[in-house]
Design a protein. Sequence first.
Length: 279
Amino acid sequence: MKVVVARHAGVCYGVERALKLASEAATTDGHVATLGPLIHNPQAVAALEDRGVGVASSLDDIAGGTVVIRSHGVDPAVVVEAEERGLAVVDATCPFVRAAHTCAAELAEAGYRVVIVGESDHPEVEGILAHAGGDALIVERAADLPARLPRRVGVVVQTTQQIGTLREVVEELLPRTADLRVCNTICSATAQRQTAAAELADGVDVIVVVGGHNSGNTTRLTEICRARNPHTHHVETAAELDSAWFVGADVVGVTAGASTPDVQIQGVIAAIEALSSDG
Ligand code: SF4
């Protein structure tokens, strides 16, 4: 059984940067906590905790020291409040997420009603919303758009969304608005991983997607692969692999979300190869 890894898979620039900033803070800044899990990967978060980087669910949980803002970004009011409480702030907001904040703020400032394409309960989307003016709205798909819309609408998209979802929303808006502006804020790392996953899914017998079950971008990779290959499985670690998935398979594809460290991908590959040699 041959294992083929997607051309683009695993940790992206923004996650790598956030992990580095948090690790540096742990070695220099005493008590360090991230506001929410730094990335949507329980194993990586546990490894950080071992190195002294705790997880706080709110600023109230942080008695002092340093707070790390994760790559998803936050409402700017949170940073102001942290500073007012005397905390040192390490802002690991990904520059691509920051670009989405800037687009949303500029559209709102220019008088456009901002439509954010993304998951309403995702922390990144909450951060974009905080920059998008009081009347902004969030849609997950075109069908979520309201019946009445103003003349001027500006679209911003969660960095990890699929281009097809953005396209559907824009196509629905186009005939219904007089002045439509679109910021395609899907980040290049996401687009590359989704394209590579789709290519891979077409040419393999089984595909394994590695990443946190709570990771939105990993879940979307799984959806993309499953739409092309029904033998698609999403696992967080090698322990979840089932030998029955690989019966009769010659080629197994492996891809991974942007928050999946290389050590986890390698662990899954090694376990698949071991299943192969056992069989
Ligand atoms: S997926 Fe893109 S936007 Fe999100 S952290 Fe990675 S590089 Fe940044």
